[in-house]
Design a protein around this ligand. Structure first.
Ligand SMILES: Cc1cc2nc3c(=O)[nH]c(=O)nc-3n(C[C@H](O)[C@H](O)[C@H](O)COP(=O)(O)OP(=O)(O)OC[C@H]3O[C@@H](n4cnc5c(N)ncnc54)[C@H](O)[C@@H]3O)c2cc1C
Length: 466
């Protein structure tokens, strides 16, 4: 089968590229998508009378954000603001910590993060965010000395850094390069803008512009042979149990960095150029998961969430779950420390889990995770008087064959040059897009969208020049 251009992947980058082609009245292309649905790491699921998001939820910024602009055109911005701010804090042994203790330390940590960019040495690729924070931490401890134990101060401080770990989908902020972190561009406007109907609405809108047979689902690309002028792509059709070959002039590969890390050697024939392989190896790709903890009754309107503060000097035990599920150790529970109420579901707490413990949790059975979370909440937050949750619904991004994790981050040792190397086209035949290929907006939906659009522009200008 012949097409001028083959796009691999129907995530937001692939769909943005297709959208550009359609806008330009260029229709000689096909999208090959391995899974049975579009969207990739955008995955909106219907739930109760609304939806939940397994992947992306927010539009990070409203200015110069093409994804936000689409949402506006679809009247799909959620303007409602959830004002609840009543959090319960507790150490892992069940000791309640008052807001008066926790929130001032949280504020100091936040302030530190906001000013961290001034400390970054642009020439030092070995500098990590974690190391910078280590240097600054003693001042925070001094500030609160006498008001609380140092282990409490440290625990609150570490918990306040969680959001940075979520944003980088990393295990440890000592893995995150300060240099790369500083090169991320924050867009203007609300950084946590919600979609009224879920992110899936945007993806569906883009896909609705495709005509005829331009989108092929269940087509797992196994080989990209670019040894000749024409590129030959072999894809396995999971429905028909057959392999097909596609011949094209240019291929736009939008698969995740996680997929590339695991498969680039087998995927490309000949192998990719060394600078691209180095970039694939040295950029970070982590795992962030969401666990929706469902209760059979709504929470009080002013209740916002639960946060466990892990203290170095406090014990932790979950006897029942440990015995019932034969759990050797409970270290992974450190990732279960943050539960927040959702704006569109009054009976659900959303837990974000990140890093290697998140991967461990992925391997546990749903009922085990439910038991662990139930016992943890019961032990740590007895004072909150919450009922026992009835079920969990969760993502498993690390085990997802076509994602292999959540999103990219600048690992120590990597730089913006690596992202540029990943984005570089090869011999006007191989093109790359996706969130990992745009350092100013790494790890975001709008970044993936912009990269897809830009690469499609490049491809079309080359094809038209021929
Ligand atoms: C839990 C989580 C929360 C997030 N939250 C946010 C957020 O709030 N805001 C935000 O901006 N971003 C967020 N992100 C990041 C955002 O979802 C991604 O950056 C973005 O969706 C990536 O789009 P993409 O097109 O680059 O890749 P993908 O969406 O991964 O698309 C790639 C496509 O390629 C397909 N594919 C892979 N291999 C093959 C193959 N061999 N053959 C054919 N097809 C293949 C995949 O199935 C997939 O559909 C989040 C991500 C996760 C996981």
């Amino acid at each position: 089968m012949n097409k001028k251009v083959v796009i691999i992947g129907a995530g937001i980058a692939g769909l943005a590229a297709a959208n550009y082609f359609t806008e330009q009245n260029f229709d000689d292309f096909v999208i090959l998508e391995a899974s049975s649905e579009i969207g990739g790491r955008i995955k909106t699921l219907p739930f109760q009378k609304s939806f939940i998001e397994f992947g992306a939820q927010w539009m990070h910024g409203t200015e110069n954000n093409p994804v936000y602009d689409i949402a506006v055109s679809l009247d799909a911005i959620d303007e409602s603001i959830d004002k609840a701010d009543n959090w319960y804090y507790s150490s892992q042994d069940g000791q309640r910590l008052s807001d008066d203790l926790v929130e001032p330390v949280q504020k100091e940590a936040q302030c530190l993060l906001e000013n961290l960019s001034e400390m970054v040495d642009e020439n030092d690729l070995s500098q990590s965010i974690g190391a910078l924070l280590d240097d600054l931490y003693p001042d925070i401890e001094k500030k609160f000395e006498g008001e609380m134990d140092s282990s409490v101060i440290k625990g609150i401080f570490q918990a306040a850094l969680n959001v940075e770990k979520f944003e980088n989908s990393c295990d440890d902020l000592h893995d995150v390069s300060a240099n790369g972190w500083n090169n991320f561009e924050t867009l203007g406007g609300n950084l946590l803008t919600n979609n009224k109907y879920g992110y899936g609405k945007i993806v569906d809108y883009l896909a609705s512009k495709l005509t005829g047979n331009q989108l092929k689902l269940n087509q797992a690309v196994e080989k990209i042979d670019w040894s000749d002028d024409e590129v030959i792509i072999t894809a396995f059709d999971g429905k028909q149990n057959k392999r097909y070959k596609w011949i094209c002039e240019a291929v736009l590969c939008t698969v995740s960095l996680g997929f590339l890390k695991q498969n680039h050697y087998e995927l490309f024939e000949p192998k990719l150029p060394p600078n691209k392989i180095d970039a694939i190896n040295c950029l970070g790709f982590g795992c962030l998961n969401k666990i929706f903890v469902v209760f059979d009754q709504d929470f009080e309107p002013d209740f916002q969430g639960l946060q466990v503060i892990w203290r170095e000097d406090a014990d932790f035990e979950l006897e029942n779950s440990k015995e019932k599920w034969n759990l050797d150790d409970l270290d992974f529970c450190r990732a279960l420390d943050y539960f927040e109420k959702l704006p569109n579901h009054k009976n659900v707490l959303l837990a974000f889990t990140v890093g290697s413990y998140s991967e461990v949790i992925e391997q546990l059975e749903d009922d085990c995770v439910l038991d662990v979370i139930s016992e943890l909440i019961e032990k740590c937050f007895a004072h909150a008087n919450l009922p026992r949750p009835v079920k969990i619904i969760r993502s498993r991004w690390s085990s997802n064959e076509y994602a292999k994790g959540s999103y990219s981050y600048f690992k120590v040792g990597s730089s913006t040059d690596d992202v540029d190397a990943l984005a570089q086209s090869v011999q006007y035949r191989l093109y790359f897009a996706g969130e990992a290929t745009i350092y100013k907006h790494l790890g975001t939906v709008h970044g993936a969208y912009i990269s897809g659009y830009e690469q499609a522009t490049k491809i079309l200008s080359i094809i038209e020049d021929e």
